[in-house]
Design a protein around this ligand. Structure first.
Ligand code: SF4
Ligand code: SF4
Length: 165
């Protein structure tokens, strides 16, 4: 006599094991793809950081900020005759190309000297992140002055606390 019940159970068990094997295989391959993508992106970031460090070293400018961005509104810029931002930039990150300012992002250290010297409010915008996570944004000379003043008074009160605890 054929034991149908037992055969069915055996088939079910095999199907379940196969499904488990397939699911583990899929999990592993998606994890591997994710890890590979992450690795490639980290490698790219590292190469970019190294290239940037090399470039900044060649112009003798130190980097103080974790990351940042800069944009210039060419619609309000006064043009080449002004040139104040280009002259103020310590790392030669700004240059003229076909009547417009070009930015070499790898050379920009987000110091905001260009914003401080610009004759048009909100023409240049610099955003930067300090190593402690603080994000600062500048688009007018007043923004830069406010930060300098706040930093100055912060340092002064630290000195007072040191001398007169
Ligand atoms: S923020 Fe402006 S002045 Fe400072 S490095 Fe960048 S482009 Fe030059
Ligand atoms: S300082 Fe301002 S207005 Fe002058 S060239 Fe630079 S971006 Fe243009």
């Amino acid at each position: 006599m054929i034991n149908i019940h037992s055969n069915n159970n055996h088939e079910k068990q095999e199907a379940w094991e196969e499904r488990t094997r397939m699911s583990k295989k899929t999990d592993n391959s998606s994890t591997n793809i994710y890890e590979l993508l992450l690795e490639a992106s980290e490698k790219k970031k590292k190469e970019k950081r190294e290239k940037r460090a090399e470039l900044l070293k060649s112009v003798g400018v130190k980097e103080y900020f974790e990351e940042g961005s800069i944009k210039i509104d060419m619609r309000t810029c006064k043009g080449r005759e002004c040139n104040l931002c280009v002259e103020a930039c310590p790392s030669n990150a700004l240059y003229w190309k076909a009547g417009e300012i070009g930015i070499v992002e790898d050379l920009c250290v987000y110091c905001a000297a260009c914003v401080f010297n610009c004759v048009v409010d909100n023409c240049i915008e610099v955003i930067r992140k300090r190593p402690n996570g603080t994000v600062e944004k500048f688009s007018t000379p007043r923004d830069v002055l406010t930060l300098l003043s706040n930093t100055g008074s912060g340092k002064r009160s630290e000195r007072v606390k040191t001398r007169f605890p």
